[in-house]
Design a protein around this ligand. Structure first.
Ligand code: HEC
Length: 161
């Protein structure tokens, strides 16, 4: 083995360790503290504390609400999302919901509507316990992540009329 190839191997090895180190740092950053469903604190009819350290993003929230894969909100609700043609009429129109409810109240409605109305047909978007007949893919996983809940709350509070 020549000296040059030993140096090259040494460098490659260092690079690999550097990548592993950076990757684990990234993993650590992604695992920023978010509140698990079982640790949420309900005060009156709301959850005042945000579920994530990062604030919600209203435009991402709008995408989730409009989405037929993620939120599915428009299956039951209608809302100010004119590009979606087929909207539901099983639930109140989301227009003006930010004027009717605070962020804390909206957060609890999304996390677990049965805390407000025990017979609600609205899914609990951030609960993993106390649910019936959960599809295996969703067992122990909430329908939306903590960040997605915050994004939807950020969008809903902008709906003031
Ligand atoms: C399967 C039907 C269904 C789906 C899907 C659904 N909801 Fe609901 N939602 C309801 C019903 C019904 C109510 C009325 C209160 C109740 O019965 O719980 C409601 C109430 C609400 C309220 C309170 C509205 C008010 O004016 O009082 C908000 C806010 C809300 N839903 C947001 C959402 C969002 C955001 C999504 C998607 C992430 C969603 N809902 C998905 C059925 C649904």
């Amino acid at each position: 083995m020549t000296r040059a190839s030993v140096t090259r191997q040494f460098r490659a090895c260092h690079l690999a360790w550097l990548l592993i180190f950076l990757f684990s740092l990234n993993r650590w950053a992604l695992a920023a503290p978010e509140v698990a469903a079982s640790e949420l604190i309900v005060v009156a009819d709301g959850i005042p504390a945000t579920l994530t350290p990062e604030p919600g993003d209203a435009s991402r929230g709008r995408t989730i609400v409009a989405s037929r894969q993620l939120g599915l909100c428009l299956l039951c609700h209608s809302g100010p999302i004119p590009e979606e043609r087929f909207q539901g009429n099983l639930a109140p129109d989301l227009s003006g919901v930010g004027g009717r409810w605070t962020a804390a109240q909206l957060r609890l409605r999304l996390v677990d509507p049965s805390r407000i109305n025990t017979h609600s047909i609205m899914p609990a978007y951030y609960q993993t316990s106390g649910l019936n007949r959960v599809a295996s893919a969703w067992r122990d996983r909430p329908l939306l992540s903590a960040q997605q809940i915050e994004d939807v709350v950020a969008y809903l509070v902008t709906l003031r009329q």
